[in-house]
Design a protein around this ligand. Sequence first.
Ligand SMILES: [Fe+2]
Ligand SMILES: [Fe+2]
Length: 283
Amino acid sequence: MTVKSTPADIQVPARDIRFDLAIAKNGHWLGGDPVGTAVFNALSLTFPEGERMFMDAVKNYRKDLTGKLAEDVRGFIAQEAIHSREHHQLNLLVDRERYPVSEIEALVKVRTDEARSRGPMAMLMATIALEHFTAMMADVHADNVSLFDGVSPELERLWRWHAMEETEHKGVAFDVFMHATRHWSPLRRYARRVIAMALITYMFTANITTYAARLLEADGYSPKAARKAVKNYVWRNPGIFSKGWRTYFSWYRPGFHPWDHDNRALIARWKEDFMTPKAATGA
Ligand SMILES: [Fe+2]
Ligand SMILES: [Fe+2]
């Protein structure tokens, strides 16, 4: 049986970039849209703790890795550490007097602690499922760059850099999982990862909806109107979750690997113009 893995020509380099995000202090940084801002702030609030959990999940299995996978794991950990750092900076700029930021951070911590308490394999399974989500959202981002119209160039760069690196390393935790479970039968592996994805799909989408709705309530929306607006944003217009359905469902194919969807060309394109902030954002 051929073992699929991250392509040999995909490197996972750490780019130690610091973004000047001060403009996010002004409030609705996503083109003045309170709903979009709440959804992306909710995502950002999950990243520091979530990505630390991902790093620890692969660290638990790194000791007997060699060659390219060991190198990719080093890159994965370094990339996620820098993502955590930069999103923490963004999170510090959200007005804590106005928005229930600490409350959301505490809820995220409860979730990641739960995942940690279930042991190394459960952590790794949660990680590969959530990495599939971030890779899916990176695809949606690439296909819908207009989502970030009206966003200041530095903030637009932050999200595009994150999306690019999530694409670059989308197969790394999965490769670690395949290595760690190499003695499992294909059926066992398939069943476990399908169950993990079903649970993570429910929890991740429900949690992001709850966090974003709590943020919107602080903007004066009623609880009901806030949930409705957030659900509309993530599932319908623009549909940042639903637009990625094709990528999402590929997970349920037996023998799936994140690089079955080969978007190396996208990474090459993003890398090329990465250092150039998007022109004419109209911000
Ligand atoms: Fe990340
Ligand atoms: Fe990631």
